[in-house]
Design a protein around this ligand. Structure first.
Ligand SMILES: [Zn+2]
Length: 293
């Protein structure tokens, strides 16, 4: 599976999906609960969103398991449901995954900081992600995507947790913020440092997602491309969320986003998807834009 996937990347631009969390929270299904609870409470809705992404042209759809690590679940009183929430998330994606397309297990930050800034020891951080990865791999994902990481140390701990759980294609995507001095993670790491550390750790695919919109992430793509020979995945937000009359919108339109996707590809991205605020409509327009690019 790893070679098959890495070969595909050499042949064409691989499309990921867009957001599911923000869709669940903004499409009239508003809930104060974590999006992962929908896997058990509204499974048909989750599967339907995944189906729409495959139909829109996504080659890879990420299971709704972003908040499924034990530390994050414990913060919501859901730690007893580690196995069913993650397992069901993978199953729902697999049920709508067409032949020849892929299911990624999604892993997000744990919401806590490593010592000495926070109170989590490195071995506990690794164990936290190991436990989630074990369920995702056992449930049959094709690859694991560690996403929206704002701390390189946490990303590396998560990656070693996945490696301990099994031999699987592994993608790590960091999130960077624009500052007057350039692009940095929340913990102050720059793109070159993240890329070289992730490469040294043997990560198969390196990515950047969230925070930046499709326009601002073009420059990031150029910088990341210059920093690594690994395949890269770029997943911008659809701009910033704006609340109007109690409903949440994102600033960018699908066509604006798709026009930028061509520039992101030209800047060196091997894979493109969307983060917060993107929907199947965005992916459909990106697919169309890239196919005649
Ligand atoms: Zn995002």
């Amino acid at each position: 599976m790893r070679d098959e996937f890495l070969d595909e990347i050499k042949n064409r631009t691989i499309l990921f999906d867009g957001a599911i969390g923000t869709m669940l929270m903004t499409t009239g299904h508003a809930s104060t609960k974590s999006p992962i609870t929908f896997n058990l409470e509204q499974p048909d809705l989750v599967a339907e969103i995944h189906r729409q992404y495959y139909e829109a042209g996504s080659d890879v759809v990420t299971a709704n398991t972003f908040g499924g690590n034990p530390l994050k679940l414990a913060a919501e009183g859901l730690e007893q449901q580690l196995d069913p929430l993650n397992r069901e998330g993978v199953r729902l994606t697999r049920t709508v995954c067409p032949d020849g397309k892929f299911v990624a297990g999604d892993m997000g930050p744990c919401g806590k900081l490593l010592k000495p800034l926070g109170d989590v020891a490195p071995e506990d951080m690794q164990e936290n992600f190991f436990l989630q990865a074990k369920v995702l791999i056992d449930a049959g994902v094709d690859l694991i995507a560690i996403e929206t990481m704002y701390s390189l140390q946490e990303a590396l701990a998560a990656a070693s947790g996945v490696r301990k759980a099994g031999d699987i294609l592994l993608l790590v995507s960091m999130t960077f913020t624009k500052t007057p001095n350039g692009l940095f993670t929340m913990m102050g790491e720059n793109i070159a440092r993240c890329a070289s550390s992730l490469e040294d750790a043997g990560i198969d695919i390196i990515g950047a997602n969230c925070t930046l919109n499709s326009r601002d992430i073009i420059g990031l793509t150029t910088e990341l491309r210059a920093s690594t020979t690994k395949p890269i995945l770029i997943q911008p937000n659809a701009g910033q969320p704006v609340t109007r009359k109690g409903a949440t919108y994102y600033e960018q339109t699908p066509s604006e986003f798709a026009a930028d996707a061509k520039k992101i590809k030209d800047a060196g991205a091997d894979m493109i998807g969307g983060c917060c605020g993107t929907t199947p409509e965005f992916i459909k327009e990106v697919a169309a834009a890239l196919s005649d690019h």
